[in-house]
Design a protein around this ligand. Structure first.
Ligand SMILES: *Cc1c(COP(=O)(O)O)cnc(C)c1O
Length: 384
């Protein structure tokens, strides 16, 4: 098996474009140099359209979770209560971070695979009008659900004075996002999902309303103190040594995004989602998320009695060099997930579906070879 040909179709980390790998090998520079200041300002500016904000986007050294923790420790003061929408394992993580800090956390727990509707959030906030923040996950990676954060933001504004804090780690850069216009107060993402970089960077932006809160929040924090990031950014630098090489890579990614265009990128992901779902449906395999709330970046295939999903993944990995993701928490061993974000296109989806058909046949599941691929090709034909 050629490891350099391994097809990594998991929802993060995702494959890195060769030109980004190359850019990360740029000779090191000092992070207090003018060259680094120019680099930092350039990439920070170019991240704004991905967030849909005029606010500054700050770059942290850490995985996506460092961004989630940053949101909590900066925006929530001691003694405050919060609401967390839990549609899967990453909503659960946001709740756990709050709970670890001793923050009274009201969980809006939904069945995994379902999205949070504005109606559900509205009635939940009627019961908890005192919360000072509402946390949501834009794409719930563990289930492939894209929560309607634009509509949820409206509900938060109507029902409370709370901050609306969103985890966009597994979809920003692949889906529409209008942080300012929708009314998201804190938005977080990470490097290793749709942004085509290795793990190691987190990105965070905050609204004016959130900044007022952050600046006056007495909760202790040091490495993840957003005020330190803000003050240093005014001097075109960062408080601590940043991951310079990853930021060289980020500059290249942002160049690629500029070349393709954000709108085109959103379309590409939309097409990959539709192809994947059409193919899976044609094979009569069950999808976990409903069409209306399906994420353009990851598709989860629900539990199916016709095969063992771990066996299927094993054949794909060992015989066909294709890596898919399993389920998390209680869905472990029950579902499998296809990541289709970042450096990934329609051809990759066709290969993936074709290999899934092959592996199912090897497992003696009765399917018609080519049926899923054909359905996906028919979707693609509408766009090419
Ligand atoms: C991947 C991911 C994270 C971050 O996880 P890390 O392992 O810390 O990078 C957070 N939220 C969501 C929705 C994710 O998909």
């Amino acid at each position: 098996m050629w490891t350099e040909k391994t097809m990594l179709r998991i929802p993060g980390p995702t494959p890195i474009p060769p030109r980004v790998v190359h850019a990360m090998g740029t000779p090191m520079i000092g992070h207090r140099s003018g060259a680094f200041s120019n680099l930092l300002v350039q990439v920070s500016e170019e991240l704004k359209p991905i967030f849909g904000t005029k606010e500054n986007v700050y770059i942290l050294t850490g995985s996506g979770t460092s961004g989630l923790e940053t949101a909590v420790v900066n925006a929530i003061a001691p003694g405050e209560e919060v609401a967390v929408i839990v549609t899967g394992s990453f909503g659960d993580r946001f709740a756990k971070i709050n709970e670890k800090f001793g923050i009274t956390t009201h969980r809006l727990d939904l069945e995994w695979g379902k999205a949070c509707t504005p109606e559900l959030l509205a009635s939940f906030l009627d019961q908890h009008p005192q919360v000072s923040a509402v946390f949501a996950t834009y794409c719930e990676t563990s289930t492939g659900v894209l929560n309607p954060v634009d509509q949820l933001a409206k509900v938060v504004k109507e029902k409370t004075d709370a901050l609306f804090i969103v985890d966009g780690v597994s979809c920003l850069g692949a889906v529409p996002c209008k942080m300012d216009h929708w009314g998201i107060d804190v938005l977080v993402t990470g490097s290793q999902k749709a942004l085509m970089l290795p793990p190691g960077l987190a990105f965070i932006a905050a609204s004016q309303k959130a900044w007022d809160k952050i600046e006056s929040n007495p909760r202790p924090r040091f490495y993840l103190d957003m005020v330190a990031y803000r003050k240093n950014y005014e001097k075109e630098t960062s408080p601590y040594t940043p991951a310079v090489s990853l930021i060289f890579g980020l500059r290249e990614v942002l160049q690629m995004i500029k070349e393709e265009g954000l709108e085109e990128i959103v379309n590409r992901h939309e097409i990959m989602k539709e192809m994947t779902r059409a193919g899976i449906k044609a094979l009569n395999l069950p999808l976990l998320a409903e069409d209306q709330y399906a994420s353009p970046t990851v598709t989860a295939i629900a539990n199916c009695p016709r095969y063992d999903s771990e066996e299927l993944r094993k054949i794909l990995r060992t015989k066909h060099n294709l890596v898919l993701a399993g389920g998390q928490n209680h869905l472990k061993g029950k579902i499998f997930r296809i990541g289709h974000m970042g450096y990934c296109d329609a051809s990759d989806v066709l290969i993936t579906l074709s290999l899934i058909e092959l592996a199912l046949t090897q497992l003696n599941v009765s399917i018609e070879l080519g049926k899923g691929v054909k359905a996906a090709q028919e979707v693609l034909l509408q766009y090419v």
